[in-house]
Design a protein around this ligand. Structure first.
Ligand SMILES: *Cc1c(COP(=O)(O)O)cnc(C)c1O
Length: 405
């Protein structure tokens, strides 16, 4: 039987929670979604949370709200999922890609400094694999007087912040830690994905976590975002069920990307037992570390330092000194042994849509090098010790077969 790559953890508890919502007669945004938002804020230690139907749509609304558009630039790593760059293109702004650093799979903060211009409105740091970026370094960078003086706000919100906005694509890093804080609390706004393959899932879904400086009114922002994600309508479906309370207004042409209570019910179950999930993932990571640190051909991924702890989303193993073509052959061999593996990610400049826009992979040697030698191994709660051993054996024998030692 095939070992899958990342199946969701669905059991009787999940099914019961969803059934309860279905039977309640209230299936769209309502009490479960509101509770889920509050619990995410408490768990992450952020000021407010808005649940949405995906990371992508949440981020789209966010960029719109912040007024990012034509003529603006957003800095992000070349090594990420296409969604991180696509939303910037849809906003009408320019994705400015930087290479990743030599240590992990995250953006190189020195490279970020070099590409900041007067057009830079935001930095989108991506916690690849669940390992937090250097938010402390990025935060001091955007607060440097010289960098701040370059910043040219184009609306009141941007003026109120007075510097580049620090965004976190935390699609992988729910529950990751940095200096004792949840990594989501270290950016101005952190954005989660609860897609089926992510650490915490709601089938599809996402959340925006706000942690702007004190002089921003987070309750007001929460209200504004709830309107934006529901057509711009100033009353949601639940509020309209109050007797005679039908009349509403549309404050502006909004978007439509609210989370449903069916999704939130799954998320609440996931959140309640999230520590179990993290513990199991950590154990799988440790087993892989033990096995592969003994192999000269392997480089194990960085997931724990004194300051940082990963959420153990992706185990990104690298096979030293191989070509992209050899990597692909190794993957084929692993699949032949009924083990599913994956590649995270095809760097943005390798995608046709971005080649056409003039990006060239040769400008991002570290991203290409890591991509070409990387294989992501299965990590999930239901993966048994026995299966972990099968994965290890499949990887080892495939490497030997392809490289011939
Ligand atoms: C999954 C993912 C997204 C997109 O999330 P959706 O909820 O599917 O929109 C964005 N960024 C990264 C790094 C991801 O892995």
């Amino acid at each position: 039987m095939m070992i899958p790559f990342s199946p969701p953890r669905i059991d009787e508890k999940t099914i019961e929670a969803v059934s309860e919502v279905l039977k309640s007669g209230w299936i769209t945004t309502g009490p479960k979604t509101k509770l889920f938002e509050k619990e995410i804020s408490a768990y992450c230690g952020v000021k407010s949370t808005v649940a949405v139907n995906s990371w992508t749509m949440g981020m789209q609304v966010l960029l719109h709200w912040w007024g990012i558009g034509e003529g603006d630039e957003v800095i992000l790593p070349a090594y990420t999922y296409c969604a991180s760059a696509n939303v910037i293109v849809h906003a009408g702004a320019k994705p400015v890609l930087v290479d990743i650093n030599g240590e992990d799979f995250n953006l190189d903060t020195e490279a970020v400094r070099k590409v900041i211009t007067t057009k830079t409105k935001a930095i989108l740091a991506v916690d690849i694999g669940g390992f937090p970026c250097d938010y402390d370094v990025l935060r001091s960078l955007i607060n440097e007087p010289e960098i701040k003086s370059k910043f040219s706000p184009s609306n009141e919100l941007q003026q109120k912040l007075g510097r580049i906005l620090l965004l976190s694509d935390a699609a992988h890093s729910f529950g990751a830690l940095m200096n004792g804080q949840k990594s989501a609390a270290l950016a101005d706004i952190a954005t989660f994905s609860f897609h089926a393959v992510k650490n915490l899932t709601t089938a599809e879904g996402g959340a925006l976590c706000f942690n702007l400086p004190e002089h921003f009114d987070h309750e007001e922002i929460y209200r504004e975002m709830c309107v934006k994600i529901l057509h711009g309508q100033n009353k949601d479906a639940l509020a309209k069920t109050k007797k005679g309370n039908w009349r509403y207004d549309v404050e502006e042409p909004g978007f439509k990307c609210n989370m449903t209570d069916i999704q939130a019910a799954i998320g609440l179950v996931e959140l309640e037992r999230y520590q179990e999930n993290l513990d199991r993932r950590k154990a799988v990571f440790n087993a892989y570390d033990n096995a592969f640190s003994k192999e000269e051909w392997a480089s194990i991924p960085l997931h724990t330092t004194e300051a940082k702890t990963s959420s153990y989303h992706l185990y990104q193993l690298r096979i030293n000194n191989i070509s992209e073509e050899q990597r692909d052959r190794i993957i084929q061999e692993i699949f032949e042994q009924d083990v599913s593996v994956n590649v995270h990610f095809l760097p943005i400049p390798l995608l046709t849509a971005y080649k056409k826009r003039g990006y060239n992979i040769n400008d991002y040697p570290e991203a290409y090098g890591k991509y070409a030698q990387m294989i992501s191994l299965p990590v999930y709660y239901d993966l048994t010790d026995e299966q972990v051993e099968l994965v290890i054996e499949a990887v080892k024998s495939s490497v030997v077969r392809v490289l011939g030692f």
